[in-house]
Ligand binder design. Structure first.
Ligand SMILES: Nc1ncnc2c1ncn2[C@@H]1O[C@H](COP(=O)(O)OP(=O)(O)OP(=O)(O)O)[C@@H](O)[C@H]1O
Length: 223
């Protein structure tokens, strides 16, 4: 459904090197890698937000609806949640339904600033759903949430993916444990410039244990 042929990206100094990969329907990819290595840069390139990356570098994106959950909620602060979702393409009823599906039933008339961090993150996720995405891009969706809220959001996202088996997801995370719950595939970005050092399908418990073991050893080596 998507083919990446990204030649690279630099910001004065090289950040991303060549990135070659494909994303198929139903792929649930967790994108891991050291802090500052270029994970958000790669997500922006995939989303088409980085205008320095030629369109031909991300083949198939023009046919896809993409929902992007940024690190900040990026809801329009002067519009209600329902109005924010309607701007993304939902009808008023669909907006209510999407909000209910993320545990915000009855909050359609709230303004983003009236929400807690966790609620705002879920409202932003509802806005992603309003796009009816083929591809969901999540940039550290659990960052800054307390463990209970993070756990609830993880379960919510896993439920959304289970209910939409053809939807693909790429989720940036620092936590290999997230991958155990969400991923059927792992990307590991590293190097200067950064490349996908691993692109592994998670088929069996043993394989994911092996991958997470490798990751933990790298984390230990880093610290
Ligand atoms: N707009 C920009 N202008 C200049 N440098 C940038 C810009 N965006 C990113 N960078 C640089 O590119 C590198 C990669 O940044 P990026 O945010 O993609 O990393 P990351 O892996 O997502 O980091 P983290 O895990 O800490 O969120 C960093 O050195 C960053 O300073």
């Amino acid at each position: 459904m998507l083919e990446l042929r990204i030649a690279g990206r630099d910001f004065g100094q090289p950040v991303l090197g060549e990135i070659f990969a494909t994303v198929e329907k139903g792929d649930r990819i967790c994108l891991l890698g050291p802090s500052g290595i270029g994970k958000t840069t790669l997500l922006n390139a995939i989303a088409g937000l980085d205008k320095t990356i030629p369109q031909e570098a991300v083949i198939g994106r023009d046919k896809l609806r993409v929902g992007y959950l940024f690190q900040e909620h990026r809801l329009l602060p002067w519009r209600t949640l329902s109005a924010n979702l309607q701007l993304a393409g939902a009808t008023p009823q669909e907006a209510e339904n999407h909000l209910a599906s993320v545990g915000l039933k009855g909050y359609g008339h709230y303004l983003p600033d009236q929400l807690s961090l966790g609620m705002a993150r879920r409202a932003a996720l509802a806005r992603c759903l309003a796009v009816k995405p083929d591809l969901l891009l999540l940039d550290e969706p659990f960052a800054s949430l307390d463990p209970v809220m993070a756990g609830e959001l993880k379960t919510l996202i896993a439920g959304i993916l289970d209910a939409n088996p053809s939807m693909a997801m790429i989720c940036v995370t620092h936590d290999g444990g997230d991958a155990e719950i969400l991923a059927n595939r792992l990307w590991y970005l590293d190097g200067k410039p950064a490349r996908l050092q691993w692109d592994d399908v998670v088929g069996e418990a043993g394989l994911i244990d092996g991958l997470l073991g490798r990751l933990r050893r790298l984390e230990l080596a880093d610290s």
